[in-house]
Design a protein around this ligand. Structure first.
Ligand code: ADP
Length: 172
């Protein structure tokens, strides 16, 4: 039985089996948390991403996830998932759910016992924070019996949203 941990801070410091990256569909690094993960992991991570077959032919579709090793991060794997761009995506809710679920599935397929998530789509992809948080936490509650789950929130307001929503969901 795992636990859900809600933390304020930088996901690149996480010591877990898998760190989830809010990637873009090209999976070749970018801004925000994606850039931070690639900077902390070093060039090995980009090389690993380039090796993922899908990168060379098809982009990673929204809601799907890909796994690589983790370069210099304190993790075995990075799971790269593509969240929806809120104002462009036709089914943002479903795609955000898929991004979380596919990340959990990949982690379990690789025997991970712990996983760290950023707030997928809550930055430049502009997903409304409350709804994104409800999706993230309700899916986490479905998987918490199988692994430890860490949410790293980079700023205070989003951290507060996660803490309050978690308390509401678990009825505290
Ligand atoms: P997206 O394109 O999916 O919206 P962003 O990287 O723009 O992804 O933002 C996702 C969330 O990650 C935002 O809440 C942002 O503040 C946060 N973030 C940025 N850098 C880090 C970091 N080093 N660790 C954890 N969260 C981060």
């Amino acid at each position: 039985m795992g636990q859900i941990h809600i933390l304020k801070g930088d996901i690149t410091t996480a010591k877990v089996d898998a760190i989830v990256n809010a990637a873009n569909s090209r999976m070749l690094g970018g801004g925000g948390v994606d850039g931070a993960i690639h900077r902390a992991a070093g060039p090995k991570l980009l090389a690993e991403c380039q090796k993922v077959a899908q990168v060379n032919c098809v982009r990673c579709p929204t809601g799907e996830a890909r796994i690589t090793t983790a370069g210099n991060l304190h993790a075995n794997y990075v799971i790269h998932t593509v969240g929806p761009i809120y104002n462009v995506d036709k089914a943002p809710r479903e795609h955000l759910k898929n991004a979380y679920e596919n990340s959990f599935k990949l982690a379990l397929e690789h025997d991970c016992k712990s996983i760290a998530f950023p707030a997928i789509s809550c930055g430049v992809y502009m997903y409304p924070h409350q709804e994104a948080c409800e999706i993230a936490l309700s899916i986490a509650l479905e998987y918490v019996n199988r692994l430890d789950i860490y949410f790293y929130l980079f700023d205070e307001p989003l951290f507060d949203v996660y803490e309050k929503t978690y308390q509401q969901l678990v009825g505290q």
